[in-house]
Structures are given as C-alpha cells and as structure tokens.
Design a protein around this ligand. Sequence first.
Ligand code: QAP
Ligand code: CO
Length: 167
Amino acid sequence: MARLPILLYPDPRLRRKTEPVTSFDAGLQRLIDDMLQTMYEVPGIGLAAPQVNVRLRLLVVDVSEQRDQPLVLINPQLLDRSGVEPYEEGCLSVPGFYEPVQRATWIRFRALDRNGEPFEREAEGLLAVCIQHEMDHLEGKLFVDYLSEVKRQRIRKKLEKLRRRAG
Ligand code: QAP
Ligand code: CO
C-alpha cells in the first residue's frame, strides 16, 4: 500500500469531471487500499478519488473513533435526504481551514462496494455530512464553494502562498 499525494485547493484538477467505475480489477483494489491508507495516515475522515488525481466516481470514508469502519462508495447516488443543519467542515485538499456548511442531516444512498455489489444504506450526523462532502468532490465541487466570496478568496490566497513557499 502507498500513501498518495493529495491535490490542494485551488488546483484546477479538483474541478474535473469524473467517470463511473466499470472495472473492479486489481488496479481498482490497489487504488482503494491506497486511498484508505492515505486517509488514515493524514489522518482524515473522508477522501474522494479526484483529490488523489484520479477521475473516477469513488470515495472512502471512516468517521468511527476506532478508525476501523472503512466505507467504500463506488458510483454513489443520493436517493433521499432530510433535515438541514450547519456543520463545521474541513477538507484534506484545504488543510488548516474549517467553516460551517449547511447539509442534510440524514441521507439514504445507493452505491457499489469494492467488489461491484450494489448496496443501499442510510446515514445521519457526521457520516451523512461526510458522504455528501465527498460526493461533491465527484462533481468537482468543494466545501469552500458554499462560503462567501470573501472567505473563499482569503483561503485561496493563504494556500497559494503556502504552496509557493513549499515550492
Ligand atoms: C470531509 O475531511 C469532512 O484541515 C473530510 O489540516 C470534514 O478528512 C466532512 C483534515 C469534516 C465533514 C466534516 C483537514 C486533515 C481532514 C485539515 C477531512 C487538516 C488535516 C479533513
Ligand atoms: Co474534501
């Protein structure tokens, strides 16, 4: 397994369209394991394929305290949602910044697991928020898009400065 480099906002590759996964081969299994390892090592609670420069509809999450409940969602679809509340969100591609975003507090979704088997599930609280955040990545959307122009620019400028300093 390998830790993958994560693209940082405002990298334009975070905005690209993603394609459905059609092949559940060894390459995909390796990508999933690498994404899980990357998420656990940082550590984070969710990671979507575009963040590691892969244009596929694939994401991993684990919001458990023991870090032992990995969830792999492939070609996910939102079936239903309810309730709206602000939740303080961060993002592995926007390190160091946390801002409240309004999301549904309960969702029902459908996805394929890592073997290509379809499943349906409900989620609430942090898990529901995290899945919606990661599904946004598949559309090239970031949590900073929900913030005011002023806040977004401030975050962008600070991260650009950091990146220049890091080379
Ligand atoms: C998305 O984000 C999320 O700034 C997943 O310096 C986050 O795992 C959804 C992270 C919160 C809902 C609530 C962020 C790690 C991890 C940072 C993450 C950082 C190091 C973010
Ligand atoms: Co994110």
